[in-house]
Design a protein around this ligand. Sequence first.
Ligand SMILES: Cc1cc2nc3c(=O)[nH]c(=O)nc-3n(C[C@H](O)[C@H](O)[C@H](O)COP(=O)(O)O)c2cc1C
Length: 298
Amino acid sequence: MRGITLGEMAAAVSNSGGFGQIAASGLPADRLRREIERARSLTQRPFGVNIPIYRPNAEEALEVAIEMGVRTVTTSAGNLAKLIGRIKEAGLRVLHKVSTVEMGLRAQEAGVDGVIAMGYEAGGHLGRGGITTLCLVPQLVDALEVPVVAAGGIADGRGLLAALALGAEGVEVGTRLLATHECPVPESYKRGIVEAPCDGTVVIGDGRMPLRVLRTKAAERLLSGHADSPPEPPKEAGALSSDASVSEVEEMILPAGQISGLLREVLSIGDLISGMIRQAKEVLEGLHERLLDRQDPP
Ligand SMILES: Cc1cc2nc3c(=O)[nH]c(=O)nc-3n(C[C@H](O)[C@H](O)[C@H](O)COP(=O)(O)O)c2cc1C
């Protein structure tokens, strides 16, 4: 998450049993190097670097990741052909973010090690097809041979278990991680998420680059056509002062997913990940009782 998941947060995710990612988007080469060093100083566990391909620094970020010995990158938003040759030559693993089966097939053909299937309920930049996670993941699982990671709308053990049931090998979590103690966004942004109603997000931007954000006053003005095109959103979120007030936040464009409506408290990353796994197991046991220990109807 641009300007948010840097070295410290990536390390916190990896130390809690997840796979942390440093967002390379918008980072000059030196800064990315420092963030990778920072993560290394805080965790012994593996972490990756996320590279949105359409960003001007994509090739440079990949070279830094290679030079610094990062083993896995995730790529998104752009033409994979631009980076895949160099990624493979350097022997890195790559997962590419896709939002349709066609994109998944193209990525597999290009030689990716896996895809991240991101549904339309997710926070941030979205695919154009408007396909939701529940529909996208099983279609990709059926169509592809490479592993599928599910993203979009997953924030607790129920979501994790549902994604696994659909055939995903794992999940990528965005919005839920924004509302964690370790996340460096201002408290008011986190509050905006944990206080969001069920329909508390909207999709803005032109059809080419849809972006799901909190339904702030600024977002509503954009939707009603009473404002110009949005500012660079994640940069804006990162640029919020740490004590930004709720009224300031209402004037911002703040990426967040539909699952905001489910979230009611800010958690630590450790509690979030261990809680997800615990709840997934509990729900699975309950399902076992409901589905398997019951006699089938004649
Ligand atoms: C604030 C924010 C910034 C994001 N920035 C990026 C990014 O730089 N690169 C990327 O591949 N995905 C980005 N995403 C998408 C997330 O990586 C993740 O796939 C998505 O948030 C999952 O859906 P969820 O928000 O419902 O959990 C961003 C999402 C949010 C909310």
